[in-house]
Design a protein around this ligand. Structure first.
Ligand code: ARG
Ligand code: ASP
Length: 719
């Protein structure tokens, strides 16, 4: 019965009727969803979630470090996010002697918490609709170019005015592909310190092997704390700073994540594209992704080979590997999901229905040729997309090239350049050098360079090949000879040489720097890109954006006629959103069903001391054997680790709180299921699930495993 209902939902979804589970809603407009949320089981009001008149849950949510979400769980600014979101900071503080990645880190007092220079936590204070002001002066007759100018001008004016009247950071963002604009006021915290992280074989258990996959057993959390100036204001790091006292912090539920329960996720989804025409989805899923997947797969093979051989290299390339591997695996899932789901055919059907609908009324004239025109412009766009993809997935994966790029300005210095400016460039270059060599392994880079350059040469047509590639083909016996020469001649492979060069730098040496083969190679591919690819990409991209704005408006009208009582949600754009759905397993394919939760038993089943991703520490095994779970055990007696629910999430939602009907914390969102990674382009409630780590497992690790119970004492626990 459930299956039948779900199948029906899928069919309906393509008449664009929004169903429960799909949607990332703007918190300020959540009144429209309150009835449905309460019918699904929510016990609180949407005013408890978002209010600018009194403290509400939004006061405990931050955009963490520019790409994830974090939530405050104590009166002293304690912040939870994922292990993979704090990963770069854990790695930053790790050395072979203090290997926090491997062994975990626990500050046993506030004095031991570790500052993270450059980190940020951004908290939304309020938002308002400024559409009318942004579009002031735009009429039906305004051309697209004029419109873009007016909008940019207006945004600048409104933003300046708001900034003059406020201490907060102000941003104005486009929603519904340019049909709506909201102004957002943010408080930006910069003193955020690392408080705790489990060892990687808990925080990253299953590693890249299990990434994007259910069943999952990852304790994907890390702990930070926000500090502010003694007068309570967001401030740069200072020893005098004090823990932040938030207006709201989440209570934590130990009642567990039970099948059928209502949940919601509150956080910062980055990007979705749910309203594209078929031709665009096809280009993304069946042209671009497969190329990126292939290239990244080859790079990752090289990383793996060296990482397995040497523990130092394993640490050095951990973050690079996770970054490349994440997109690689996700895109594979997207392509597979869309094709299994017949996503392109369904999108095509919608495009046709939409055009038929447009033909029925004179008012809909702007929509009649849209689909046809999209076909033309995406065809023209494709070679440019490919050129960008090849550049970024090949040449820009050669580490010494992107490192050398840091020296570009220095290479342009002349006798006239003020010494002060030169000193600054040298200081920046020195910092970049330190960061680069901490995590650089030349044999990897050489092997990657030879592989990617060969791919670049083989796969880009003559008119999309930078000069460098032609030189390699014409002047060298093979790619390897070029790479050998490059690595032998550049100074950028030696930290000592680079530092020596910087110490002795004089304007007269700029020319020599500009001739370094790595810097020359970088500039050659980038200049080619700028001269031959970028402007056309921007031009066509703008054209597509203008058409997409019209298409979006059309879809909103189309939808409103069929479903007047429920709005459409805007695509994710790195702004705060609420999504809701129920806890529940699913059936990914014939004869297979997934339960909604995993347990510590599953960790023991996966355990393999010989495979890095599946190592279990003795301590965890002891706790498991003694069944020493304390109050964190489920009522079934086992230790629950992760669970899935039908919340519509995406990248950026990592670390987001998943909350129960009372708004209490049940876990931290960290991933989606493999079968449903296509949800950024097409959402299907029968297979799209978000994955969260159970908060009881988090507390069990903090309290029982690490003995940092003083952190749990800071939290508000609901038993
Ligand atoms: N797939 C998740 C997300 O997109 C988790 C990524 C980090 N984990 C990993 N094993 N690479 O961010
Ligand atoms: N793992 C993702 C993140 O880092 C979440 C997702 O894509 O589902 O935000």
């Amino acid at each position: 019965m459930r299956k039948l209902f779900l199948t029906l939902c899928v069919v309906l979804s393509f008449s664009l009727k929004m169903k429960a589970d799909e949607g990332m809603w703007i918190p300020m407009l959540l009144q429209n969803n309150e009835k449905e949320m309460q019918e699904m089981g929510m016990n609180i009001t949407v005013d408890d979630i978002y209010s600018i008149n009194h403290s509400s849950m939004k006061d405990a949510i931050v955009l963490f470090d520019g790409g994830c979400t974090g939530e405050i769980v104590s009166e002293k600014g304690l912040l939870l996010t994922n292990h993979h979101c704090g990963f770069d900071w854990i790695q930053y503080h790790s050395t072979v002697e203090h290997d926090y990645l491997t062994n975990g880190f626990w500050a046993m007092s506030q004095a031991e918490e570790l500052p993270c220079p450059g980190i940020s936590a951004v908290m939304l204070k309020k938002m308002e609709d400024v559409t009318d002001r942004v579009l002031e002066g735009v009429t039906k007759e305004t051309s697209n170019d004029e419109r873009a100018e007016i909008v940019t001008e207006n945004i600048k004016k409104i933003k300046e005015e708001a900034e003059n009247n406020s201490d907060y950071q102000v941003v104005i963002k486009s929603f519904y592909h340019g049909n709506k604009y909201y102004m957002i006021y943010n408080e930006v915290f910069k003193d955020v310190r690392l408080v705790g992280a489990p060892p990687s074989n808990i925080g990253k258990f299953g590693g890249d092997t299990d990434n994007w996959v259910w069943p999952r057993h990852t304790g994907d959390f890390s702990i930070f704390r926000i500090y502010v100036s003694p007068d309570g204001k967001a401030a740069d790091y200072s020893e005098d700073n004090v823990p932040y006292k938030p207006n709201y912090h989440f209570s934590i539920s130990l009642k567990g994540a039970n099948e059928g329960d209502f949940t919601f996720v509150f956080g910062y989804p980055a990007r979705t594209n749910e309203y594209l025409p078929a031709v665009a989805v096809n280009q993304e899923a069946n042209v671009i992704y497969p190329i990126s997947v292939d290239l990244r797969g080859k790079i990752l093979d090289i990383y793996n080979k060296y990482q397995e051989k040497d523990p130092k290299v394993r640490i050095q390339y951990a973050s690079k590997h996770a970054g490349l591997g994440n997109g690689w695996k996700k895109w594979m899932g997207v392509t597979e999901g869309i094709n299994n789901f017949k996503g392109i055919e369904k999108k095509k059907q919608f495009d046709k229905d939409f055009t038929d609908w447009a033909l029925k009324s004179r008012q809909r004239g702007a929509y009649i040729n849209l689909i046809k025109d999209f076909g033309k412009v995406y065809e023209e766009y494709e070679p440019y997309r490919l050129a960008t993809t090849y550049l970024s997935e090949t040449a820009l994966q050669i580490e010494i090239l992107t490192f050398a790029a840091n020296f570009n300005k220095l290479s342009q210095v002349t006798k006239e350049t003020p010494q002060e400016e030169i000193d600054k460039l040298i200081a920046n270059a020195k910092e970049a050098t330190k960061v680069f060599f901490k995590d650089y392994h030349q044999p990897i880079d050489e092997e990657v360079a030879a592989m990617v350059l060969q791919e670049y040469i083989n796969n880009q047509p003559a008119d999309f090949r930078p000069e460098l590639l032609n030189t390699i083909v014409e002047k060298y016996a093979d790619v390897q000879s070029y790479v050998d020469e490059l690595f032998a001649k550049t100074m950028f492979t030696s930290e000592e040489n680079v530092n020596k060069f910087l110490d002795e730098f004089k304007p007269a040496k700029a020319k020599k720097l500009a001739k370094d083969p790595a810097l020359m190679a970088y500039n050659n591919v980038m200049d080619f890109y700028i001269d031959n690819v970028r402007s056309k990409t921007i031009e066509l991209g703008n054209q597509i954006a203008d058409m997409q704005r019209v298409f979006m408006r059309g879809q909103m009208e189309y939808h409103a006629e069929r479903n007047p009582e429920k709005m459409m949600y805007p695509d994710a754009n790195f702004t705060l959103r609420v999504t809701y759905g129920k806890i529940g397993g699913f059936s990914p394919k014939d004869a297979v069903t997934y339960k909604h939760f995993t347990t510590l038993d599953g960790i023991m089943q996966k355990e393999n001391p010989d495979i890095y991703d599946y190592v279990v520490t003795d301590r965890l095994r002891e706790l498991y054997e003694a069944k020493d779970y304390g109050r964190y055990a489920d009522k079934d007696g086992s230790m629950h680790v992760a669970f899935i629910a039908g919340n519509h999430t995406t990248g950026g939602n990592s670390g987001s709180p998943i909350l129960n009907a009372d708004g209490h914390l049940l876990g931290l969102n960290f991933d989606r299921t493999w079968e449903g990674t296509m949800s950024d382009l097409i959402y299907d409630p029968s297979i799209c699930r978000n994955i969260s780590v159970d908060i009881r497992y988090v507390l069990f690790i903090v309290d029982k495993y690490a003995g940092a119970s003083y952190l749990v004492d800071e939290m508000t626990i609901v038993e």
